[in-house]
Design a protein around this ligand. Structure first.
Ligand code: TXA
Ligand code: MG
Length: 510
């Protein structure tokens, strides 16, 4: 299908530009347009055939009902069986605006719109383009968010175009949508009003009019009160992890997860608060082209955060991020909707708190009796004072299992107060590579051996010389069979290289 783009002034859209869209909409065509929340994908709500095309274009599950949009309050009556006093009050107070109300539906509303439910969701958008388009069409307009089902809702023309080009008849380009998260969906059928989807109108604002309100946070077993709740939504292509805790806890958890992913060769985008964003500059400097901190806005001013949320999730995908780490925002005002969307984008997956997380460092040589056990002991001691826990262990590429460390290694280490008495050699396995965040080999040959054995883990394997930026002076040669002095020299080389590594890592994790 050829999609026509109609560009209008968002503040004063000209009727002569909108009229063709409005007529097509009335006649059953699909027209995407901006609202004050997100872009919507509109169709004539009274034509079941047009509604079926909406579900098809979005790839939307048939049991997820649509919101019907009107431009005048008097357009509600024919769609519903009853307008309660509460509903009237809410419409007078908050319409036009980001509030969707559920009503008992009249027979005029085709059941495909409500997915067979006895209620119909209605809202009056507060956007000159949406308002004028609906008004000119002369019909109620069913409009879900104008994205492919499951992905972040479009808050710009470009996002709507990228999802729907070729699938709809018209897209009206009216610039960025305003609020950036969808409308608040409210059920007022029971004694206590229930927010089924937190959105652009805050619960605090609603409470001013309604008093007590419940917000559905958990999806109850059985039939969810709003079908949209049960579907994966707002999810970009990248995996998303949500941080929690104090801002400082979040920053630390995000930095650690980012570093782990970066070491293993992944691209990482952080959705950051303005407060924490400067705390990511070190990672950005160290991993240019692989690490991106996308600043959403201040924790104390959430409107810009909401406005940037979906476009930042989409931008992270465009950057090719494998992992998105999102900070949490305070759950007041728009924050409830922001957190709801982030929670769903992440599928409920969280970053482990920094205090529970460990950095896993594996040291590798050949026999795992001299160099790598010494490296393990030295690194463990160097890391001791760090705020982030590390697990350090060692393995050999050709180790005979169960051997103690060589007597010379034991002696040299004990002169530094380090005990290798309990060490037993072990052969490196795939499980070691999976567990390790960083694998440090003593020589380039060890690295090659690991890459041959475990090519999928290639990104996290480095030589000590590489991770110490040359401080190890090339390969750390094998002291075995040589004198005590050689072991002492080996210990010095290891300490030089590992201290650079420890400094680099703790600098990045600071
Ligand atoms: O801000 C918005 O509401 C945007 C713009 C375009 O107006 N529209 C929007 O529509 O977000 P959509 O289809 O993406 O989300 C509608 C939500 C879904 O979660 C759906 O399950 C719920 O509203 N819904 C619709 N009708 C319902 C009903 N009768 N009962 C319960 N939930 C309903
Ligand atoms: Mg949607």
């Amino acid at each position: 299908m050829q999609t026509r783009v109609v560009k209008v002034d968002p503040y004063e859209p000209r009727d002569d530009l909108l009229i063709a869209c409005a007529q097509a909409l009335r006649a059953g065509a699909l027209v995407a347009f901006p609202t004050e929340t997100v872009y919507g994908l509109g169709a004539n709500a009274l034509m079941p055939g047009a509604i079926a095309k909406v579900f098809e274009a979005k790839g939307r599950p048939q049991d997820n009902p649509l919101i019907v949009h009107v431009s005048r309050i008097e357009s509600v009556a024919p769609l519903v069986r009853e307008i309660s006093a509460t509903a009237s009050r809410l419409m007078e107070t908050f319409w036009p605006g980001p509030l969707t109300l559920l009503f008992p539906r009249s027979d005029l509303v085709p059941s495909i719109v409500t997915a067979g439910l006895p209620t119909v969701a209605v809202r009056m958008p507060d956007h000159p383009v949406a308002h004028r388009l609906i008004d000119l069409s002369g019909v109620p307009v069913a409009a879900p968010s104008a994205n492919i089902s499951g992905s972040p809702s479009p808050t710009t023309f470009e996002a709507a175009f990228s999802d729907l080009d070729g699938k709809v008849d018209f897209i009206v380009d009216g610039g960025p949508a305003g609020i950036g998260v969808e409308s608040t969906v409210l059920d007022i059928s029971g004694p206590i009003p229930v927010v089924l989807r937190p959105g652009g109108l805050s619960v605090e604002d609603l409470s001013q009019v309604l008093g007590e309100i419940r917000v559905v946070t958990q999806i109850p077993a059985g039939a969810p009160p709003s079908p949209g709740m049960k579907y994966k939504h707002y999810a970009p292509k990248a995996a998303v992890l949500l941080a929690s805790g104090t801002p400082e806890d979040q920053r630390r958890a995000v930095v650690l997860q980012a570093l782990k992913a970066l070491i293993s060769g992944k691209k990482v985008a952080v959705l950051a608060s303005a407060e924490n964003a400067p705390g990511y500059s070190r990672l950005a400097q160290s991993y240019p082209g692989s690490f991106f901190a996308l600043e959403l806005g201040s924790r104390s001013d959430l409107a810009p955060v909401a406005a940037r949320l979906f476009s930042s999730l989409r931008y992270a995908d465009q950057l090719g991020a494998d992992l998105i780490l999102a900070e949490s925002f305070p759950e007041a005002g728009l924050g409830l909707a922001i957190q709801n969307r982030l929670h769903r984008a992440s599928g409920g997956r969280k970053t482990p708190p920094a205090k529970d997380a460990t950095l896993n460092l594996l040291m590798v040589c050949s026999g795992n009796t001299c160099r790598s056990p010494m490296a393990e002991a030295i690194m463990r001691k160097m890391w001791d004072a760090s705020a982030i826990a590390a697990r350090v262990w060692s393995r050999g590429t050709s180790a005979a299992p169960g051997l103690p460390a060589s007597p010379e290694a034991v002696t040299v280490m004990s002169s530094q107060g380090l005990d290798l008495g309990g060490h037993r050699s072990a052969l490196v396995t795939e499980a070691d590579l999976v567990e390790a965040d960083l694998v440090v080999t003593m020589t380039a040959a060890h690295k090659r051996a690991l890459l041959d054995l475990f090519p999928v883990h290639r990104a996290k394997v480095r030589t000590l010389d590489e991770v110490s930026l040359g401080a190890a002076g090339g390969d750390v040669s094998d002291p075995i069979g040589r004198g005590q002095q050689d072991y002492e020299r080996t210990a010095e080389v290891l300490a030089r290289g590992l201290s650079v590594l420890a400094r680099t890592l703790s600098g990045l994790l600071e």
